[in-house]
Design a protein around this ligand. Structure first.
Ligand SMILES: NC(=O)c1ccc[n+]([C@@H]2O[C@H](COP(=O)([O-])OP(=O)(O)OC[C@H]3O[C@@H](n4cnc5c(N)ncnc54)[C@H](O)[C@@H]3O)[C@@H](O)[C@H]2O)c1
Length: 144
C-alpha cells in the first residue's frame, strides 16, 4: 500500500518546534516528519533522533536533497520571508510560524506566491478576544 501521509520538514528546531512535534505526535497521524533543519548541528541532530527524520544544517541543502511535500517554518521572524519564498519556489506547501514577516510588504509578497498558513494559534483565546474588543484597530486586524 502506498504511503498516504504528508511528508513534512521542520525548519528550525528551537523552542516552538518541540511544541509542534508534540502536536504532530498527538494529533496528526497523517503527517510524517522526514527532514529537520537547523543551523545548529546539535539541535538538528537532537530533533532527528526524536523524529526519526534526516537532519540538515541548511534549508538550501534540505530543499536540494530532502524528500518532503511541505515545510513548517519556525525560524526567527526576520528569516520567515526568505525561507518561505525559497520553499514556495521549490513547490513546497508552507506552514509559517507567527509573526508572518517583518513588514506588510513582505506578507503581501508571500501571499501572492501560493496558499500559505500562518500560525496565529491563539487568536481565539479569551484574553486576546477581550483585548481586541477594547482596542478596535487590533480587533479589526485580528478578524480580517
Ligand atoms: N505560535 C506561537 O505561540 C509561538 C510561540 C513561540 C514562538 N513562535 C515563533 O516561532 C518562531 C521561532 O521561535 P522559537 O521560540 O522556536 O525560537 P528559537 O530561537 O528557540 O528557535 C529558532 C531556531 O532556528 C534556528 N535557526 C536560526 N536561523 C536558521 C537558519 N537560517 N536555518 C536553519 N535554522 C536556523 C536556530 O538555531 C534555532 O534553533 C518565531 O518566529 C516565533 O515568534 C511562535
Amino acid at each position: 500500500m502506498t504511503d498516504q501521509r504528508i511528508s513534512l520538514a521542520l525548519i528550525g528546531c528551537g523552542g516552538i518546534a518541540q511544541s509542534h512535534w508534540r502536536g504532530i505526535q498527538s494529533d496528526a497521524p497523517n503527517v510524517h516528519v522526514t527532514a529537520v533543519v537547523d543551523t545548529d548541528a546539535e539541535r538538528a541532530q537532537a530533533m532527528a533522533q526524536q523524529t526519526g527524520a534526516r537532519a540538515f544544517t541548511s534549508l538550501r541543502e534540505a530543499l536540494a536533497e530532502g524528500a518532503f511535500d511541505a515545510v513548517d517554518i519556525m525560524l526567527p521572524h526576520d528569516q520567515h520571508e526568505a525561507a518561505a519564498v525559497a520553499c514556495f519556489e521549490a513547490e513546497k506547501h508552507v506552514v509559517l510560524e507567527k509573526p508572518m514577516a517583518m513588514t506588510l510588504d513582505a506578507c503581501q509578497c508571500m501571499q501572492g506566491l501560493l496558499a500559505l498558513s500562518s500560525g496565529h494559534y491563539h487568536l481565539f483565546k479569551q484574553g486576546l478576544e477581550s483585548t481586541a474588543r477594547r482596542v478596535p484597530l487590533l480587533g479589526r486586524n485580528l478578524r480580517s
